[in-house]
Design a protein around this ligand. Structure first.
Ligand code: C5P
Length: 324
């Protein structure tokens, strides 16, 4: 018996950051767009096979794929060598299993297969999408009956971006960016993106550390959706591009001067706009349509500072069960 679920990566269309609080976190006012770049997690009742890392009766194996669905063996091996206790999919399944046990359910050994498509350490919530998909798959497999609010609460315990990956669509994130309100609907147009990957990743805590050290961070943040952002889920890429805004971009451009060349190259194209994705270093470039995205990707992939390009679109569906 097994269940497969998928969950989207994201770009923050707006990311406004307050000052670090007593918990070491930053209050945020952020608007996420979920991307059609989805992680897939299969949770099975099966004794983990021998080559797998296991923790507490939960086995895990990750396959990292690139745009054309081929496997990146080197990155897959690197992830499979990591401590499974730090794997967000494992922690998600562990959490749902502990809830199942409080409901009196007897859960046999579990095995997890993760297929990654979201670039790693890129500011697109790949690890959080693994957690969102794993929560969704485990809830179905274990019959725990958690509703969307329960899953959001579970997600919040695993990481600040997990609720956004559960919610999908275009959503406002308040609190630490983990209290979600969906903004999109049937009239939301498709937005086309080219993601420009950098040669090296960036760790979110390190970015916030530099942000704090320079005294950056807003004194006040809005507590509800601002009028100026009310239309964001109804406008096309051209109007959307005018609203893109990321408070972390300036500090990341300072600590990662390699990104300057990429931003300058984008200015020489007819891209609708661009911004750093989350805490970076991926840069999201807004395109008019899919053809425009392809031509921008072809031009920008020639830049030495660009390690690779991914063409995608949004908004994408919430985390969901794919098959059982
Ligand atoms: O919640 P998550 O583990 O994904 O966050 C990773 C790191 O990002 C945190 O340890 C913290 O340093 C930083 N963070 C923050 N404020 C937020 C979200 C994340 O400072 N709202």
């Amino acid at each position: 018996m097994s269940v497969t679920a998928s969950a989207p990566g994201k770009v923050n269309l707006v990311l406004w950051c307050g000052r670090q609080d007593e918990h070491g976190y930053h209050p945020l006012y952020t608007i996420f767009e979920a991307l059609n770049l989805r992680e897939t997690v299969t949770v099975s009742f099966a004794r983990p096979v021998r080559d797998r890392r296991t923790v507490d009766g939960i086995g895990v194996r990750t396959v990292v794929t690139v745009a054309d669905s081929t496997t990146n063996e080197r990155l897959s091996d690197q992830i499979n060598a990591l401590d499974p206790e730090r794997n967000l999919a494992v922690r998600a399944v562990h959490l749902v299993r502990s809830i199942a046990r409080t409901q009196g359910k007897d859960i046999p050994p579990v095995d997890i297969d993760v297929v990654k498509r979201i670039p790693i350490a890129g500011g697109m919530a790949g690890g959080s999408a693994d957690a969102a998909a794993a929560l969704t798959a485990a809830n179905e497999l274990f019959g725990t009956g958690l509703d969307a609010d329960d899953l959001e609460e579970c997600g919040r315990r695993l990481g600040a971006d997990v609720p956004a990956c559960l919610a999908g669509g275009i959503s406002l994130g308040l609190g630490y960016g983990d209290h979600m309100t969906r903004l999109d609907g049937t009239s939301t147009p498709t937005h086309h993106w080219v993601l420009l990957l950098a040669h090296d990743g960036l760790a979110t805590p390190a970015v916030f550390h530099h942000f704090d050290a320079r005294g950056m961070g807003r004194e006040e943040l809005p507590h509800t959706l601002l009028n100026e952002h009310e239309n964001l889920a109804r406008v096309d890429g051209t109007e959307l591009a005018g609203a893109l805004d990321n408070d972390l971009e300036q500090i990341v451009r300072t600590i990662r001067p390699d990104l300057e060349a990429t931003f300058h190259a984008i200015e020489r194209t007819d891209a609708l706009g661009a911004l750093l994705s989350g805490s970076g270093p991926t840069i999201a470039v807004a395109a008019r349509d899919r053809d425009h995205a392809h031509s921008l990707a072809a031009t920008l992939s020639r830049e030495p500072s660009v390690a690779g390009t991914v063409i995608t679109s949004g908004p994408s569906n919430p985390a969901k069960v794919e098959n059982t």
